[in-house]
Design a protein around this ligand. Structure first.
Ligand code: XIL
Length: 366
């Protein structure tokens, strides 16, 4: 298909000045002396790093009173060494509540929630300037607030409490609400919108919304729907980030090469959607190599290939399509090969670049 970037080219995602491109990372891989390629690609290619699980409450404090930040520090130190930005994820998530929080009284749970947020945000104040404060608080069936420990004991007020505590701990931090399965404009989109609209009107410090962007390659909602969702949240004055991009490939019909082409087209489409939306200012992938992805643990399928590089660190078509979506310099001239998922604006840019290349070529001949 011929993207203009080749493996040997010195063009990196890191060099884009269009928008910040990040990746989730795992501390145990960074600490593995054999994982040279992992560290190299992470630091060469990405401008932002999100700890994949290390900052979650159950990982930080499985035992009451024994908070251990050492795994987070591995990631933060790596990011600092390589001048990368760190995105904090996630202060409150129903999937990661340490067992010792169960059976606490309402008052005690409320205090623990605020103490946790104050200590984590306070500790990383000088390094982490943006946080997922609350993750996945709305039910996937759009029925309202997700039933979970915090909701059951504290009511939906836990969400506002969490944002206020994070803001008190670092008034300069940008605070995000993060969720998934709403990006394509559906009932959940509206449920999240209603929640955020009410909180923002009440003066709760919520500055942005994270679109997780975990997509199924065979059921991708597409740019028009995602843009509609972005418009809705931008109307609340929120900034938007794509926080956890990956694309599952296994059920895309056809041979592997075709699956990877489709995956590449979706990556290009979602990246373009962000780049061309005024409120969207960041793009983070949920890892970068198929060697380290959460999809097998989620789905049980080990055959999936949801990220930009294969398991041996070879860039896949998706890597090149992302480069092309970020900057038309990196696009191939055979724009017909660029799937229909890619916007007409991007195709126009490709055509302009190709025309320019052709003029230079003929000028050189004369
Ligand atoms: C996942 C991580 O990828 C796993 O390594 C971890 O064990 C569980 O969490 N939505 C989120 C992320 O917001 O925190 C989740 O990450 C993926 C779903």
């Amino acid at each position: 298909m011929g993207w203009l970037v080749t493996t040997s080219d010195a063009w990196y995602l890191k060099q884009t000045n269009v928008t910040v491109v990040g990746s989730a990372a795992r501390s145990y891989v960074i600490a593995d002396t054999n994982a040279t390629q992992y560290r190299q690609i992470l630091s060469d290619q990405f401008q932002r790093l999100t700890p994949e699980y290390e900052l979650q409450w159950a990982a930080l404090a499985p035992v009451r009173g024994q908070t251990n930040f050492s795994q987070v520090d591995v990631l933060v130190n790596f990011a600092m060494q390589h001048s990368m930005d760190v995105y904090g994820h996630a202060l409150v998530w129903y999937m990661s509540t340490p067992g010792w929080l169960n059976n606490l009284s309402k008052d005690k749970l409320n205090t623990e929630l605020q103490t946790h947020i104050a200590s984590v945000v306070g500790r990383y104040k000088s390094v982490i300037n943006a946080w997922t404060v609350v993750n996945e608080a709305i039910a996937d069936d759009a029925s309202g607030f997700r039933k979970c420990l915090f909701y059951d004991v504290l009511g939906n007020d836990y969400i506002n409490t969490a944002f206020r505590a994070a803001h008190a701990a670092d008034p300069n931090a940008t605070l995000f609400y993060n969720d998934g399965n709403f990006e394509g404009y559906n009932g959940k989109t509206i449920a999240i919108y209603d929640m955020l609209r009410i909180s923002i009107a009440a003066g709760v410090p919520i500055h942005g919304i994270g679109f997780q962007s975990h997509y199924l390659g065979w059921d991708y909602p597409g740019r028009a729907n995602i843009t509609k969702t972005m418009d809705l949240f931008a109307s609340l004055g929120l900034r938007i980030r794509l926080t956890e991009i990956d694309v599952q490939t296994r059920n895309i019909p056809g041979p592997r090469a075709y699956k990877l082409q489709q995956e590449a087209a979706i990556f290009a489409d979602i990246v373009t959607t962000c780049v061309e939306h005024h409120a969207c200012d960041g793009i983070t992938f949920w890892g970068f190599t198929d060697a380290y992805t959460w999809i097998p643990s989620l789905t049980g399928f080990t055959t999936d290939e949801p990220l930009l590089y294969d398991t041996t660190y070879v860039p896949k078509p998706g890597y090149y399509s992302v480069m092309c979506a970020l900057n038309s310099r990196f696009c191939a001239c055979d724009s017909a090969a660029v799937s229909t998922h890619v916007s007409s604006a991007s195709k126009l840019r490709v055509s302009v670049v190709c025309l320019y290349v052709a003029i230079v070529f003929f000028a050189a001949l004369c």
